[in-house]
Design a protein around this ligand. Structure first.
Ligand code: TYD
Length: 209
């Protein structure tokens, strides 16, 4: 099995964190070394972003877009636990969010082309082997968010999630030539969604030796 960079995408509450964990577990059971990571990252810029997402510090949306791009470069290149290091060691890297999140979330308020330009280095350095977009209705997402969270982030309002979902759809259509994106229905049971993801990855040859 080759190394691969697998990214999960979708609106808040779509279930991607759980599915990312289930897929990592599956790879581990198959004896494949797998790293599960996320953005915002656990690095210094990522920590600042999480404070901003909780509303503890305030930045304009342009600054947020630039910080997400900076966090991404740090997440890719840092020598301790960076994505590039793990890929170079032959591991499978599963990442909960990557640049499609910036394109979808930040382009609600900033220019999409500019957001893409900010991420052009990341796209050159590490384009995902595949982006898995978990598709879920805004109502279902809000239902899950209210059940599972004690803390509601700044982008988790109904209006913002609806805009972000539309934005994801636009971005996916726009990038279909250059990005490998698979769309998975996210409203079924955890096990059904996990199985659909595995089947799609199998079709892409990701489980071959
Ligand atoms: P999320 O994956 O929902 O983290 P958690 O499960 O810990 O709450 O991501 C946090 C938020 O960050 C989410 O609202 C989306 C937002 N975000 C962006 O707006 N742009 C980005 O580039 C990234 C990576 C995340």
């Amino acid at each position: 099995m080759k190394s691969a960079f697998i990214v999960f995408e979708g609106i808040d509450g779509c279930g991607k964190s759980t599915q990312a964990e289930m897929l990592a577990e599956y790879f581990s059971q198959m004896g494949k070394e797998c790293t599960l990571t996320r953005e915002p990252s656990d690095g210094k810029v990522g920590q600042l972003l999480r404070q901003a997402l909780r509303g503890e510090v305030k930045f304009c949306e342009q600054t947020m877009a630039a910080l997400f791009a900076a966090d991404r470069l740090d997440h890719l290149t840092n020598q301790e636990n960076g994505v590039l290091k793990a890929l170079s060691e032959g591991k499978i890297v599963i990442c909960d969010r990557y640049y499609l999140s910036t394109y979808a979330y930040q382009s609600v308020e900033v220019d999409l082309e500019w957001a893409m330009a900010l991420n052009s280095q990341a796209a050159q350095i590490a384009r995902p082997t595949v982006n898995i977009y978990l598709d879920i209705s805004v109502d279902k997402a809000l239902e899950r968010i209210s059940q599972n969270r004690s803390q509601i982030d700044i982008y988790e309002s109904k209006e913002r999630l609806s805009q972000t979902k539309k934005s994801y759809e636009k971005v996916i259509a726009k990038l279909k030539a250059e990005e490998k994106i698979i769309i998975i229905q996210g409203e079924q049971s955890l096990e059904e969604v996990a199985q659909n993801i595995r089947q799609s990855l199998e079709k892409l040859g990701l489980f071959e030796e």
